[in-house]
Ligand binder design. Sequence first.
Ligand SMILES: [Zn+2]
Length: 140
Amino acid sequence: MAIARCCLCEHTVESLEGLTCCPNCGTDYPPNLLTDDVTVQINWGDLRALVIWAERWAGQAKQYPDMLRFVYALAKRLRRQHPDRIVLTLAEEIEELRREYGRVETNLPQPPPERLTVVDALAEAEDILTGDGDGDGRRL
Ligand SMILES: [Zn+2]
């Protein structure tokens, strides 16, 4: 029976003994104990605000490269519980706007439309959140 879940890839393990990283994705982020899973009542807008702030700060924590990955994994798990609700991250919102309207004009740096991929959108959002501002949507 699984006792813990990777906070990034959701891989579960039956024991933590001898593990120094996730056997699936290799992160050394501490796994979540399944006994700590809880149900919380919260307004979706409040949750969205928390996630976007976390996304912003995680994007600035360059010394912890898995931090932003963790926030996106967490947002994905939360959104999966309510797929009918608006997205929880700024990166997803920018991607949705581009999908619906093609080119989205903002005062934020944007990659060329032909490079529009999830990876590019996330990298651009990271640039925006960290103030990189080089507009290339690429990580430094
Ligand atoms: Zn993992």
